[in-house]
Write a protein that binds this ligand. Structure first.
Ligand code: GLN
Length: 193
């Protein structure tokens, strides 16, 4: 029912899922850690965190999560992918979003940095993005809206209610990306209520 706390899943096979869970709880969501397909039942949104995309791919295969995750995306459930989560949603991984991610695009170990980003649709001034061996979006289809760039490279995008950021929005104290995601969740719930 609209009005109750939304039930949001956080893929918890590997990587930085706890910081997402904390931020989502802080915004009033109920959070369920997702490790096996049945954990996806009844979710109203799902976050795929950062981490290491090869390890995460192996975990998704091991647990039989690829098809159920694709089905969740196809049902229109809002998704938020951060860093490795962005990679997981691209054409070469789960293939639910019409983007191609370039892994470690800013360089490998040494190229972690922070940048102030102008994100389309976010009010309140620039967002501090924390980039850790981050990808960028090298190619995208016509349905994809690029929301932010660093040095001309796309680092945030949306396609329908799928939102991806190349940076770690869960590690700063600026929760506007998660709020944007939860607004999509609230819209979907209002639409199906
Ligand atoms: N470089 C990692 C990968 O390719 C992603 C880094 C991150 O999620 N912080 O999987």
């Amino acid at each position: 029912m609209v009005g109750e706390a939304p039930l949001i899943g956080v893929l918890a096979l590997q990587g930085g899922f706890q910081a997402h869970a904390k931020m989502l709880r802080g915004l009033g969501a109920q959070v369920r850690e997702v490790r096996v397909p049945r954990d996806l039942d009844g979710l109203q949104g799902l976050v795929i965190p950062g981490g290491e995309s090869t390890t995460m791919t192996l975990g998704i295969e091991r647990e039989g999560l690829a098809e159920p995750l694709r089905a969740l995306a196809a049902s229109g459930t809002p998704l938020l992918g951060s860093c490795a989560g962005l990679i997981m949603l691209d054409r070469e991984h789960l293939s639910v979003m019409d983007i191609r991610a370039e892994r470690n695009a800013f360089g490998r170990q040494t190229k972690s940095f922070e940048a102030d980003l102008d994100v389309a649709g976010l009010e309140g001034g620039p967002l501090r993005g924390i980039f850790i061996r981050a990808p960028w979006i090298a190619e995208h289809g016509a349905e994809v809206e690029i929301l932010a760039r660093v040095d001309g490279h796309a680092v945030a995008a949306r396609e329908g209610d799928m939102l991806v950021v190349a940076f770690h929005s869960e590690l700063s104290d600026d929760d506007r990306v998660h709020r944007l995601f939860l607004r999509a969740v609230a819209r979907q719930r209002a639409a199906v209520a």
